[in-house]
Design a protein around this ligand. Structure first.
Ligand code: SF4
Ligand code: SF4
Length: 409
C-alpha cells in the first residue's frame, strides 16, 4: 500500500520534472515549476496556511476548509502543506490505502469514515448495527489508518421520529468506540421534506435540530450556500449555542456553469473570481466551523482556497451579489420545499442535485447514472406548475426539470 503511494509519488515527481524540462507544466496544471519546488509546493505556497476553528464539543482545531478522500493525490498533498487536517470520506482510500502523506502524519489528521444505510440507497436502505460495525472494521483494515476520528452517517435521517426509534447506527458507533476504532459521531444531512420516496420526510433543519437536542452527535455536514437561507442560518446559530459543529457542503451552487459563461464572467469586478469570493464569504462572513468546497485541480485549488480566512473587499462583495442574483435564477438550493406539491411525485430535489453535478461539477457520467436510477424522472412532469409557488427562489421548476431530463437521459 505504502509502496503503491510512493510509486505514485515518484511517478508524479518524474512527471513534474519532465514537464519542467519540456516546459509543459503550465499545460498540465496551469502552474509553472520553479527550480527545486514542485507544482504542489508552489500551489500550497500561493494559498498559504489555512486558518483553523474549534469543532463541536471536542474543540478539536480543524482547518476551515476540509478535504475529501476522493481528491487526487496532488490535491491531498497540497492540502496537507496548507494545513488541511480534516478528511471526510477517508474510507474512499479503501481501494489503495490511505496516502503516505496522511499515514506518516496520522495523528495530525482527522479522518472520517462515511457509512451508508445497507440493503439499498439513502431512501430505502436500512440501519443495521452488525453491518455498520463490520463495514467500519473493514474500512479500517483496508485504509491502514489505525483508527477513524469520526464515524459519519451518510445522508442522515428521514425525520425526527427515526432518530428516536432507530438507534442501530448509534449502537454500532458505541461498540466501535469502546474498541478505540472511532472517536466521534457525526452525520451529513439532506432534506427529505416533501419527498415521495420516504414516509414523513422532514427538512434538514428540523432533523438537525432534533439531532442536536438528542446530544449524541458532535457535528454535521449540510447543504448550505450563498444567498438567503434563514432556516439554516437559524439552525447554525442554535448549533453554535450548543457547541455542535457545523460544516457546509455543496457550497458552490451554480458556480461551475457561471464560469463557462463568458458574458456572466465579464460582469464581475476585476480581480475577483466566483470561487475565491465564495471561499472568503464562507470562511469570514458565516458562523460555520468549516466548509467543503470541491476543487478538481491545482489551478482551482489556488483560485479557491487562497480566499480562506481573507476579508471580503468591496469588489468581492459586489461579485457575490452578482453571483447570488444569477444563482437564484438558475441553481436549486436543494431545500425540498417544492416536492410535496407535485401530483406526479417527481423527485425534484434529486433531479436538480444531479443537474448540479453535471453543470457545476462537470461530472456528467455520475449525474446521468444517478438520474437513470430514479423511480420517476422528469418526463412525467405535466407542467401543472404547482411546485413553483413553494420555491423560495421562484425557480421555473418545470422548465428546469424538462431541460435536466434532456441533459441527463
Ligand atoms: S410542474 Fe411538474 S414538477 Fe412541478 S408540480 Fe407539476 S408535475 Fe410536478
Ligand atoms: S426547486 Fe426551489 S423549492 Fe425546490 S428544492 Fe430547489 S430551491 Fe428548494
Amino acid at each position: 500500500m505504502k509502496e503503491k503511494n510512493s510509486i505514485e509519488r515518484r511517478k508524479f515527481l518524474k512527471l513534474s520534472s519532465t514537464a519542467v524540462l519540456a516546459g509543459l507544466a503550465g499545460n498540465l496544471t496551469g502552474i509553472q515549476c520553479r527550480e527545486g519546488q514542485s507544482i504542489v509546493e508552489e500551489a500550497a505556497q500561493k494559498v498559504g496556511k489555512l486558518p483553523r476553528r474549534k469543532l463541536g464539543y471536542s474543540r478539536r482545531e480543524i482547518s476551515v476548509i476540509i478535504g475529501a478522500g476522493d481528491y487526487e493525490l496532488l490535491l491531498i498533498e497540497a492540502g496537507v502543506l496548507c494545513g488541511i487536517n480534516y478528511w471526510h470520506k477517508a474510507n474512499r482510500w479503501m481501494t489503495s490505502g490511505a496516502p503516505d502523506v496522511i499515514i506518516k502524519n496520522r495523528d495530525n489528521n482527522y479522518c472520517q469514515v462515511t457509512v451508508d444505510r445497507v440493503g439499498g440507497g439513502h431512501y430505502d436502505g436500512r440501519f443495521d448495527e452488525e453491518e455498520h460495525y463490520r463495514y467500519v472494521k473493514e474500512a479500517l483494515k483496508k485504509t491502514g489508518l489505525r483508527y477513524f476520528d469520526d464515524m459519519q452517517l451518510h445522508f442522515g435521517y428521514h425525520n425526527t421520529e427515526e432518530i428516536k426509534k432507530n438507534r442501530s447506527f448509534i449502537r454500532a458507533f458505541e461498540r466501535l468506540k469502546k474498541e478505540g476504532i472511532v472517536k466521534h459521531l457525526c452525520l451529513s444531512q439532506h432534506s427529505y421534506e416533501g419527498s415521495s420516496r420516504v414516509k414523513n420526510g422532514q427538512s434538514a433543519a428540523e432533523v438537525l435540530t432534533a439531532v442536536v437536542e438528542d446530544g449524541i452527535y458532535e457535528h454535521a455536514q449540510f447543504i448550505y450556500s450563498y444567498g438567503s437561507d434563514p432556516e439554516m442560518d437559524k439552525f447554525i446559530e442554535f448549533a453554535r449555542a450548543k457547541n455542535f459543529g457545523t460544516i457546509a457542503m455543496k457550497t458552490a451552487r451554480g458556480i461551475g456553469r457561471m464560469k463557462e459563461d463568458k458574458s456572466f464572467m465579464d460582469k464581475l469586478p476585476n480581480d475577483t473570481s466566483p470561487y475565491n469570493a465564495l471561499t472568503r464569504w464562507l470562511t469570514t462572513k458565516t458562523k460555520l466551523d468549516a466548509a467543503v468546497i470541491r476543487v478538481r485541480n491545482l489551478d482551482e485549488f489556488v483560485e479557491t482556497y487562497s480566499g480562506a480566512g481573507k476579508d471580503m473587499q468591496a469588489r468581492d462583495l459586489r461579485a457575490l451579489d452578482i453571483m447570488t442574483a444569477e444563482a437564484d435564477k438558475t441553481a436549486c438550493r436543494l431545500c425540498g420545499k417544492c416536492q410535496a406539491q407535485c401530483p406526479q411525485k417527481i423527485p425534484i430535489t434529486d433531479i436538480l442535485r444531479f443537474e448540479r453535478y453535471a453543470l457545476d461539477d462537470h461530472d456528467r457520467n455520475k449525474a446521468s447514472r444517478l438520474y437513470t436510477g430514479l423511480p420517476t424522472r422528469g418526463d412525467k412532469c405535466i407542467n401543472c406548475r404547482s411546485c413553483i409557488q413553494s420555491c423560495p427562489l421562484n425557480l421555473q421548476i418545470p422548465e428546469k426539470i424538462s431541460k435536466a431530463h434532456i441533459l441527463l437521459s
